[in-house]
Design a protein. Structure first.
Length: 383
């Protein structure tokens, strides 16, 4: 597989914003090696036994991604609080921050369902539906779910700040925004018809969407979901949403590159969007490799749990010994022996038994190499 990009651009004359140019703007020689590495990582990941642990992997990715994309936009929930919010009954939601997390999950579900359809393609209706899901019941003076931004006498929209390369004033007039959103859809269709890979199209659509900035609020979240949906429709799973974590970990570079590329294009420099696409591809490579490692780790845990259950069934270990290993498995790291001895579940386990029995159980588990004792720490062979 080689990377070949056509020389294509789309110039749109707006009523008040002036000309807006959509271009591929990427130098193939700078992208090809990284592009091939991402495709190779995708093939390895697709060939891994993740079907065995898909439900666990999906839950982890969704929680981490919602935490990441929400935090980028100023969300205050921790990753643990995000997971708790996603488990709430809708009637139990009382805080705006919880609602934001629930809304992102709803938008993700809509995105994944759309991407499963063979005839799905990006259109304005889809963009508006994603925004409506994301901002549903979120109070804002100007924003209305699914309603495009229009000029306001008392509010001028700016994007960015000095720290990240300066401020940018996107289109303010509603008709310009509507025209540019339609052109964004056309740009994606043209790229697709010219066989521009989703690994290149997705970050380009993300980039230009953020320059249009069509809504009063939620644009960052919408842009990342559009990127993820284009990738999912092309057969990428989990990694498109895992990208949110990469963007959060590299948040300054993420924000800065929008301005770097925008200014380079304004000065008519060659291949101005290359840095953003490189950044995106580096994130996909990192995300895919992390997911591949996580799948291998989850499969090891699954095999270990199955082996542990067989030992219990054939009475190689007793129920107390099984409980100890199972509890250590939940901790996912080594545990101090003193901490273990004072754990409530451990105390209850041996409430009517002697210290000799406790020691005998630990010795038995060590002999079977189900646990290892390093000094005053106990760990499982998995960690």
């Amino acid at each position: 597989m080689t990377l070949s990009l056509p020389d294509y651009s789309l110039r749109v004359e707006t009523d008040r914003f002036g000309p807006f140019v959509f271009q591929i703007g990427c130098e193939t020689s700078q992208l090809e090696t990284l592009f091939l590495r991402v495709n190779d990582a995708q093939q390895r990941f697709s060939g891994s036994p993740f079907a065995q642990v898909a439900h666990l992997l999906e839950k982890e990715v969704v929680v981490s991604s919602i935490f990441g994309t929400n935090t980028i936009e100023g969300g205050t929930l921790s990753e643990e609080e995000t997971e708790q919010a996603l488990n709430l009954d809708p009637a139990e939601i009382q805080e705006t921050e919880q609602r934001r997390a629930i809304n992102i999950k709803a938008a993700y579900d809509h995105s994944r369902q759309a991407a499963k359809s063979d005839d799905w393609h990006l259109n304005e209706k889809f963009v508006i539906a994603i925004h409506a899901a994301l901002t549903d019941q979120i109070p804002d003076e100007y924003n209305e779910p699914g309603l495009l931004r229009d000029k306001s006498k008392d509010r001028i929209t700016y994007v960015g700040n000095k720290r990240h390369g300066g401020q940018y004033k996107p289109p303010q007039y509603g008709q310009d925004i509507k025209k540019l959103l339609s052109a964004l859809v056309q740009f994606n269709q043209e790229l697709s018809s010219r066989d521009v890979p989703a690994l290149i199209r997705a970050p380009l659509i993300h980039y230009y969407y953020e320059l249009i900035h069509p809504f009063w609020d939620g644009n960052g979240r919408v842009g990342r979901i559009l990127e993820a949906t284009l990738l999912q429709a092309d057969g990428f799973h989990y990694a498109p949403f895992a990208q949110a974590g990469y963007y959060l970990r590299n948040i300054d570079q993420y924000f800065t590159l929008f301005n770097v590329c925008r200014k380079a294009a304004k000065k008519h420099r060659a291949f101005p969007i290359t840095p953003f696409v490189i950044f995106f591809l580096e994130g996909m490579l990192e995300s895919l490799n992390k997911l591949h490692d996580r799948v291998n780790g989850l499969v090891k845990i699954l095999l270990f749990e199955n082996a542990l259950k067989r030992m219990l069934d054939n009475k190689t270990i007793n129920t107390r010994q099984h409980a100890i290993v199972s509890q250590l498995l939940l901790s996912a790291h080594s545990v101090q022996l003193e901490t273990l001895r004072h754990s409530s579940w451990y105390v209850a386990l041996y409430s009517k038994l002697t210290d000799k029995t406790r020691r005998r159980d630990l010795i038995r588990l060590s002999q079977l190499k189900l646990i290892f004792q390093d000094g005053n720490h106990i760990r499982l062979p998995l960690f």
